[in-house]
Design a protein around this ligand. Structure first.
Ligand code: GUN
Ligand code: ZN
Length: 458
């Protein structure tokens, strides 16, 4: 270890490697990805310094002696969850209600408990363990109204040294009293303080998060939009929900009768821009797709949540229509979503596509889970690919997670058939190890399984 706690020694990870270098929705899928049967990744100081065929890379890195070897596995970039709510982890799988009733019945009561820092810390610990054990290394995450909920999240992220995006939720109407911001002005002042505290600290990034248009007054939306514009050049995000269900859209049209459609509400307040991430986008008209494209916003596909809450369904083939193709990432949307696994979201995305007379093969869907997510978050120069200069966030996929799956996978002819079957089956123990900035923070075979980063633990 050097003085700053970074480990400058070379470290290697050997196994099959799959990574993306282009967008298979726009270019020939085969040319968009690299699969190396016996590969080697070399890491120094949290970053990838070399990658390629094992023997060639080994010969180029003579001082490399520590190598983690994974047989019957595929090493991929860590998965990217572009939309979720860590504060809803304890109400996942709640029965019986559609979006607005579900918010009132389950979501608002549990989020109200996050004023208590201890509640927030416990939930953050649980959440990180869940996502890391499913190979997710970056997530774009709603906290809730209270500063405590933001601090607890980023503090836990600092311990793992994960690249995370989060922030305080702005909500000053149509929410339960205990969650309601006292005033638009104060809520935005608190947001700015939290932004200054966390944005750029280690690998942490801040997002301005109006929950969705119905839960903010026009004044709060205006101030939030101004704050976003003030900090967008520093890499601060705007994260919200858009066009999730027909009932929600009707509600928005009643609350903002003078604005033509939902996306325009956000646009009126300066919220649509290149670091804007909008979850759901299920019931989107052509005018809105065009607007999202022109403003360079990202739309996030959250299939398990959309199925579970019974709202609309995301139509990726509409989102990516040329020439106005919108950036698309995957999201678990816990606790509307039913799990923490991005791979399981891909299984649901396939079924949603099939119902819409489309499909999604392993190349397209794994791209969305990795490089596509990084592009949606404008982080594709740092994460989402296994390439020199990129941050060493990696997920190790086990091709033999159990005897049935191994037997099933024998009946495949290439790696993409294997990966597609694995996505469809989504076994719970699919990920055997997860690396964050070059450190193994999750190891399924280890008795303690989780380990904070030596670079950042406190
Ligand atoms: N729209 C506004 N808030 C929420 C939320 O917490 N979950 C989902 N799925 N949609 C929302
Ligand atoms: Zn959500």
């Amino acid at each position: 270890m050097n003085k700053s706690g970074n480990n400058n020694e070379l470290k290697g990870i050997r196994g099959s490697i799959l990574t993306f270098k282009g967008n298979p929705f726009k270019e020939s899928p085969e040319r968009c990805c690299d699969f190396i049967k016996d590969g080697l990744i070399v890491i120094a100081d949290g970053q990838i310094t070399d990658v390629g065929e094992y023997q060639i890379v080994k010969d180029r890195n003579k001082t490399l002696d520590k190598i983690d070897v994974y047989q019957d596995s595929v090493i991929m970039p860590g998965f990217i969850d572009c939309h979720t709510h860590y504060v809803q982890s304890s109400i996942i799988g709640s029965f019986g209600d559609k979006l607005i009733d579900w918010l009132n019945q389950y979501t608002f009561p549990v989020e109200s408990t996050f004023k208590d820092k201890h509640v927030a810390e416990t939930a953050a610990k649980v959440f990180f363990r869940q996502i890391l054990s499913h190979g997710t290394t970056t997530a774009n995450v709603f906290a809730t109204t209270f500063e405590e909920s933001v601090d607890a999240f980023f503090e836990e992220s600092m311990r793992y040294n994960t690249r995370m995006i989060s922030g305080k939720v702005l909500q000053n109407r149509n929410v339960t009293r205990s969650l309601c911001d006292k005033s638009a002005e104060e809520s935005v002042e608190i947001t700015e303080q939290l932004l200054k505290k966390w944005h750029g600290k280690g690998r942490q990034l801040y997002a301005v998060i109006p929950r969705f248009a119905p839960t903010s007054t026009p004044r709060q939306l205006r101030l939030a939009g101004e704050l976003y514009q003030k900090y967008i050049d520093c890499g601060v995000y705007l994260h919200s929900h858009l066009d999730e269900s027909v009932e929600e859209i009707k509600w928005v049209s009643e609350l903002f009768p003078y604005i033509q459609n939902y996306a325009e509400v956000y646009d009126c307040f300066g919220m649509l821009d290149r670091l804007t991430v909008m979850a759901h986008c299920c019931v989107v008209n052509e005018y809105e797709w065009q607007l999202l494209y022109e403003k360079n916003c990202a739309a996030i596909h959250c299939p398990s949540s959309n199925l579970f809450l019974g709202g609309g369904q995301f139509k990726y083939w509409e989102a990516i229509k040329q020439p106005r193709s919108v950036k698309v990432g995957m999201g678990t949307d816990v606790g509307g979503g039913t799990g923490f696994s991005i791979i399981r979201e891909l299984a649901d995305a396939y079924k949603v596509a099939m119902i819409g007379s489309h499909n999604l093969d392993a190349i397209h869907s794994l791209y969305m889970a990795t490089r596509g997510g990084a592009e949606a978050l404008n982080l594709d120069d740092k994460i989402g690919s296994i390439k020199p200069g990129y941050e060493a966030d990696l997920a190790v996929i086990n091709l033999t997670p159990d005897s049935f799956t191994s037997w099933r996978l024998n009946n495949t002819s290439d790696i993409f058939e294997k990966l597609f079957a694995l996505i469809s089956l989504s076994p719970d123990n699919l990920v055997s190890a997860t690396y964050v900035a070059g450190h193994k923070v999750f190891d399924r075979a280890d008795t303690s399984q989780f380990c904070y980063s030596p670079d950042c633990s406190d």
